[in-house]
Design a protein around this ligand. Structure first.
Ligand code: ZN
Length: 168
């Protein structure tokens, strides 16, 4: 059931690496560029609109995304502002096949670095803002299921158990 590309299967709900906050990237060197390229490949093959490094087991603070305008990489990202409110049916490659309506801010401002070490500064809204918030959660060790309300979680428990057991 795992999606496998080269040596990087996507880590699934229940894997401890998904719960650990990732490490800040100190040196943006060739290994980081290679990792970003591999992450983009995994994301596209899944397919998904975003992927955090710890979703392939690498505990580094970086993510890739592609909402239809080409793949981009953001290193050491931070959300510095957010506002509004938007409910969106959100899923996650690490919680495959399950989606929930999740309320989050509609707009965010994201800061980070690109592969050349240049500053990235993006005002995002709707899907792009949603992806940024979702990937930032991953990098902080937070999974989508931690965003569920009590009713959603109660309903989801059996499915989540199935996913966590199925991966062993
Ligand atoms: Zn996810």
């Amino acid at each position: 059931m795992l999606c496998c590309v080269s040596q990087y299967p996507i880590r699934i709900y229940g894997d401890p690496v998904l719960k650990q906050p990732t490490q800040v990237v100190d040196d943006i060197d060739a290994s980081i560029a290679k990792l970003a390229a591999d992450m983009i490949e995994v994301m596209h093959k899944a397919p998904g609109v975003g992927l955090a490094a710890n979703q392939i087991g690498i505990s580094k603070r970086m993510f890739v995304y592609d909402i239809g305008a080409g793949a981009k990489v953001v290193i050491n990202p931070e959300i510095t502002e957010s506002d509004g409110q938007w409910t969106y049916e959100e899923g996650c490659l690490s919680v495959p096949g399950l989606y929930w309506p999740i309320v989050r801010p509609k707009r965010v401002h994201l800061e980070g670095l690109d592969l050349d070490g240049n500053r990235v500064s993006v005002d995002a809204e709707d899907l792009e803002a949603r992806v940024f918030q979702h990937e930032l959660d991953h990098l902080n060790g937070v999974l989508l299921v931690q965003r569920l309300d009590e009713d959603q979680l109660r309903e989801a428990k059996r499915e989540l158990r199935r996913i966590a057991v199925g991966r062993r």
